[in-house]
Ligand binder design. Structure first.
Ligand code: SF4
Length: 114
């Protein structure tokens, strides 16, 4: 079973009509659905908060505290597919930065539930 970390949009969690928190991401990981290619253990769940500046350092602290390297880091569907999109973060660039800094594959999405 893969070990994964998820980063999700805190703004959407707080204000979104469809997401009261992270349950869709967690369900998709548990079931191996959506952007998870197999049943996956979520070993970390990071919440981004606007404007998202500490996301890389927070991720670094989390990985250090975890003392294990996740197989992948998923950017939540609400982060990468938001309409309108995040006004602060270029998600493709964030994914690239995470992969370069931590050497962990980034997957652009979590669930595909309505
Ligand atoms: S910076 Fe973007 S991704 Fe992060 S909480 Fe704000 S809107 Fe969401």
């Amino acid at each position: 079973m893969k070990k994964v970390a998820i980063i999700a949009c805190g703004s959407y969690m707080d204000q979104g009509y469809g997401c009261p928190g992270e349950w869709r991401c967690l369900k998709a990981a548990t079931m191996g659905e959506g952007f998870f290619d197999e049943e996956s253990q979520v070993v970390a769940f990071l919440r981004c908060d606007c404007p998202g500046r500490p996301i890389l350092s927070n991720l670094g602290m989390t990985l250090k505290a975890l003392e294990l390297k996740p197989d992948a880091i998923h950017l939540s569907s609400c982060m990468v597919n938001a309409k309108p999109g995040c006004p602060y973060i270029d998600m493709e660039q964030l994914a690239k930065d995470i992969e370069e800094k931590f050497g962990i594959k980034v997957i652009m999405g979590t669930h595909t539930y309505a």
